[in-house]
Design a protein around this ligand. Structure first.
Ligand code: FES
Length: 574
């Protein structure tokens, strides 16, 4: 690859010219304690750190950022840590997705406004991965992603516990009266016992693995548990790599091609990954000018076997996955199903990176012929209830519900759900279809992860553990059940979901990719004429901007003015 010269570095405009303003920049660098020889003529690397006191998934980032910087220095670069907002999944309300686009905007503008030549993105907790990548893609500087890494397996009284999945499972038993509250407290204390992101194949592991399949990390980076010493070594290597990417002028546009996104989707499906990936990968692709859509997801999903035996669809956790060979081994097993010629961050192709990667445990990374599902671990549904699409994860649902018709039990919003779901008088049985409205991009707002609607207590007591549920929100990647999600358009903007009434029959047929409301067109037209839009959730601030410009789930929930590759002017230097 040809190399750029020091004079071609973007930071040269700040530090290499002789003007009054650049003297000021240099004097302020001196104020920070840096001599000119430390940074001038060297790649200036921003290390965007999403550490926060309230983000347990990134609690090790204070140490990791020093390791990334060490790698940058080793390779002859100059590293500057820049904090970016930490989206802490367990705490942020009404929904962390509301803030993904804000992190993306912050990322893009931090990079644009500062003397930066390349960037290491440090994230992992669900929305941080797509948020950082979306912003850095739009900025277009050389970038590499350093995943937070999964936490260690959860453990309590000899049981292995998985993030999210085991919380949902055990909480259902508490509600059913089959698990004592003291036991529940024990589960809580053992389910998250180290730094790192959720260690099931939830949204975090799904998106960091997708980033690796896209070529945005060093090979193997996504699978290493956060506390493992090899995670620290990966941070150093990532710091070295970005310096080389800057000299080679290796930019996201060269990595984020349609082929790379096809590989990422294939990877997500083979992992049994989170339904959230559909929203995030579509948004990420559109930032790169790639028109990924739900139909492409579904087409790839139909033919891709689910070979990661990881919860919630399977049995094991990310720590086991790493010991079994990690993502490179799984990708090697997928072989020609991937676009192996795609270029990656280290300048090699995906095929070169995974050549020779071995599986060390066939029970964790399954042979193709022993896949948990031969295809369709994610499926896109359409019909008069979801003209623009909806999503289900059949691999995490009871198979008997893949084809089901039942009477709707409708909740107008989340507060209504909370108020009535356990009401003994609620008319519901195991064949009912639970429907939640007004929980989508605008209605939630931010599509909160309410899509795994709780099974009514009286049905839990009867032994029911799965039902068909339909909503316009998302569900955690660690969740499970026959949950139809992301119904588009959402109820809040008058999508057909808004017109469903209790007692209407809803038909789900995963094999036929069908979601149908068995109500006549004439009756639906009558209901539509009577429908009144709800008042806006926000009249000022970021929420108002979000409501005005966010796209629907099928388009990735990005802001419409941030999509695409239209160039943005570089700041002038005065
Ligand atoms: Fe951070 Fe799950 S809470 S990844």
């Amino acid at each position: 690859m040809t190399k750029i010269s020091p004079e071609q570095l973007r930071s040269h405009r700040w530090f290499g010219q002789l003007t009054m303003r650049t003297y000021n920049h240099r004097s302020r660098m001196a104020q920070l304690g840096f001599e000119r020889s430390e940074y001038a003529g060297k790649p200036v690397i921003a290390v965007l750190n999403t550490w926060s006191d309230i983000n347990p998934c990134h609690s090790h980032f204070k140490a990791r950022v020093e390791e990334v910087k060490r790698g940058v220095l080793q390779a002859g670069g100059f590293a500057l840590e820049m904090p970016a907002m930490s989206i802490a999944e367990p705490f942020q309300k009404p929904s962390p997705l509301l803030y993904r686009n804000l992190l993306a905007m912050e990322t893009e503008e931090l990079l644009r406004s500062h003397p930066v030549d390349g960037v290491v993105l440090m994230g992992g907790c669900d929305k941080t991965t797509p948020g950082l990548i979306m912003g850095a893609t739009s900025m277009g500087l050389p970038m590499i992603f350093m995943p937070a890494g999964p936490m260690l397996r959860g453990s309590f009284q000899g049981q292995t516990l998985g993030s999210g999945s085991d919380m949902f499972k055990h909480w259902a038993e508490v509600r059913a009266g089959t698990l004592a509250i003291e036991q529940w407290e024990g589960v809580l204390s053992g389910i998250a016992r180290s730094p790192g992101h959720c260690m099931t194949m939830g949204t975090a592991s799904t998106m960091t693995s997708a980033a690796e399949a896209l070529g945005l990390t060093l090979p193997g980076a996504a699978s290493i548990p956060a506390p493992d010493s090899r995670h620290a070594q990966m941070a150093v290597a990532t710091g070295r790599c970005i310096v080389e990417m800057v000299w080679s002028d290796l930019r996201p546009a060269q990595l984020l091609t349609p082929d790379a996104f096809d590989s990422a989707v294939t990877t997500v499906v083979a992992l049994g990954g989170s339904t959230n990936a559909l929203v995030h990968l579509i948004a990420m692709a559109r930032r790169a000018g790639v028109m990924l859509d739900l139909d492409r997801f579904d087409a790839i999903a139909r033919d891709t076997p689910l070979i990661a035996n990881l919860r919630p669809a399977g049995q094991y956790l990310m720590e086991d996955f790493y010991y079994a060979g990690g993502l490179p081994a799984l990708l090697n097993r997928l072989g020609g199903r991937l676009r192996l010629d795609a270029l990656t961050a280290n300048g090699k192709t995906l095929g070169e990176n995974i050549a020779g990667a071995q599986v060390f445990n066939d029970d964790v990374i399954l042979p193709l012929e022993k896949a948990l599902a031969s295809g369709g671990s994610l499926a896109v549904l359409r019909g008069n209830l979801a003209p623009n699409g909806a999503v289900i994860k059949p691999a995490a649902a009871e198979a008997r519900l893949h084809r089901h018709t039942g009477a709707a039990v409708v909740f107008e919003d989340y507060a209504d759900l909370q108020a009535r779901i356990d009401d003994p008088a609620l008319e519901v049985d195991a064949d009912s279809v639970l429907v939640l409205k007004n929980a989508g991009p605008l209605g939630g707002p931010g599509m909160p992860e309410w899509g795994q609607l709780p099974i009514p207590k009286k049905l839990l007591a009867q032994g029911v553990r799965d039902m068909v549920r339909v909503s316009d929100c998302r569900m955690s990647g660690t969740s499970f059940g026959a949950c139809v999600l992301h119904v588009a358009p959402e109820a809040f903007v008058g999508g057909p979901l808004a017109l469903v009434q209790t007692g209407d029959r809803i038909e789900l047929d995963v094999a036929a990719r069908r979601l149908h409301l068995q109500v006549s067109d004439e009756e639906l037209a009558r209901r539509r004429a009577a429908w009144q839009p709800p008042p806006p959730r926000y009249r000022r601030g970021y929420g108002a901007l979000f409501a005005e410009r966010v796209t629907q789930a099928d388009a990735g929930c990005d802001f419409d003015f941030l999509e695409g590759t239209q160039p943005t002017a570089e700041p002038d230097i005065y």
